[in-house]
Design a protein around this ligand. Structure first.
Ligand code: GUN
Ligand code: ZN
Length: 436
């Protein structure tokens, strides 16, 4: 039998790309969404929708908040097990914790084991699409693709490319990086809902020959994504300067090899000069703002006002395992605090936009994800605003507007907040508080 059901809840999303998510949202109190097969069939007020679907199965999630599944635009799936590793800033953290952990992914069984754990973490936190790094091993990317494909999930990943300045046992070469990347693109890119991201780890760990070869792949595959890191940490930036003295800035290292376009997602972008901001705006590259990681590693404060000034698309990301939580809601909460330190109020709808429709639009995927429009894939999550005693007290203490509810959840939520997560119309996670 075809998958057909309705779900009754308070429904919130952004139907269009906008620079004003504070006002350009759609909210149906006691709304209904109808799912048919893997897509959204109808959305609106109960009385306008249900009479057209006589006898349909209705999931009653009254009082809960239904939102599009979250999109996490920067995280490292092999770092799942090393989340919350003590004491270091970026370069030492990579040496001491990250590289030894990533070595384990030369084993395909281990890659599959962690891919499965990683997916459980995404879903139990309401995340339905991720732009994730794998390790240098092609089998790690394969493991993640396989797992996502089984669930018809829109997952973007790529084998990490790194042929210098990391341990020998974790290096590829310029040539194997090119060959393996091309083979993975041929096998996985646009298979079902999967997409490929060419993934040079960051400028210091690639030779110019490797970056050149990856740039050539971009020329041959104009619709693949590119993901890497940019200007995260001051020591890293000095290192890049010493490795590429001829470049005007860190961005230029990537740009000279054709790796900077509107499908490039740069993690962090904390310490940028105005001319770099300007160039990012011209090229419409995408920033992954990773507040929890930036605080955890002591990297610095992302300047959202600069991004707005130069019209650079900003998306929100967890950056696990430098980020210390898979929760995009709590990541939004931390983004709010990073903005507070700069005397900027990050509106909760702007936060939600940056992890749903805003990310989808930046990635040119908003015909399928990031919103609850009719025809989009039915990737959504159901939030329980009263998931524990404290949140119940907080939510009951005033008239609940969706922005206030969302703001409180961005500060207070934990895994009990997620009542359920659906991907392509199928439940992939059911919370203990689901009641559905
Ligand atoms: N820069 C290069 N590699 C990494 C990584 O794995 N995590 C973070 N946060 N920054 C990086
Ligand atoms: Zn990262």
């Amino acid at each position: 039998m075809a998958n057909l059901f309705a779900i009754k809840a308070n429904i919130l999303h952004f139907p269009n790309a906008t620079t004003n998510p504070e006002t350009e949202y759609q909210y149906f109190e006691n709304g209904v969404m109808v799912v048919e097969s893997d897509k959204i069939k109808a959305l609106g007020h109960e009385q306008d929708i249900l009479p057209h679907f006589h006898g349909i199965e209705v999931i009653d999630a009254s009082g809960k908040l239904l939102v599009p599944g979250f999109i996490d635009t920067h995280l490292h799936f092999p770092q799942t097990e090393m989340i919350a590793s003590y004491g270091e800033q970026l370069l030492e953290w990579l040496e001491n914790y990250t590289f030894p952990t990533e070595r384990k992914f030369e084993n395909v069984e281990y890659s599959r084991f962690i891919a499965s754990k990683f997916m459980n973490q995404l879903w139990s936190n309401g995340t339905t699409t991720a732009l994730a790094y794998s390790t240098v091993h092609a089998c790690s990317a394969e493991a993640l693709f396989e797992k996502a494909d089984t669930h018809n999930m829109l997952m973007i990943t790529g084998k990490t490319c790194m042929d210098r300045h990391c341990p020998d046992w974790l290096q590829d070469t310029a040539e194997t990086a090119e060959n393996e990347t091309r083979a993975l693109i041929d096998k996985w890119h646009n298979k079902g809902r999967l997409k490929y991201a060419i993934t040079p780890r960051f400028a210091p760990t690639s030779t110019t020959e490797q970056l050149q070869r990856l740039g050539r792949i971009v020329q041959d595959h104009s619709d693949v994504f590119i993901q890497t890191h940019l200007s995260e940490n001051k020591d890293e930036i000095e290192w890049v300067k010493s490795l590429y003295p001829e470049c005007i800035d860190y961005l230029h290292v990537y740009e000279q090899f054709g790796l900077v376009n509107e499908r490039t997602v740069f993690g962090h972008c904390i310490h940028l000069e105005d001319h770099t901001w300007e160039r990012l705006g011209e090229l419409q590259s995408i920033i992954a703002f990773c507040p929890r990681s930036n605080l955890f590693l002591g990297s610095g404060l992302f300047e959202i006002a600069k991004a707005e000034q130069y019209k650079v698309p900003v998306t929100l990301a967890s950056d696990v395992g430098a980020g210390d939580s898979f929760s995009m809601l709590r990541t939004q909460g931390e983004a709010y605090k990073v903005c507070q330190l700069q005397h900027i109020k990050l509106h909760p709808f702007k936060g939600l936009y940056m992890m749903t429709q805003g990310s989808a639009h930046a990635l040119s995927l908003d015909d399928s994800i990031g919103n609850l429009n009719v025809g989009s894939h039915a990737d959504f999550t159901l939030l329980d605003p009263k998931f524990n005693e404290l949140s119940d007290l907080r939510m009951s203490s005033r008239t609940n507007t969706p922005d206030d509810t969302l703001f409180a959840l961005s500060m207070l939520s934990d895994e009990r907040t997620i009542a359920g997560t659906w991907i392509a119309g199928k439940p992939v996670y059911q919370g203990t508080n689901s009641g559905v």
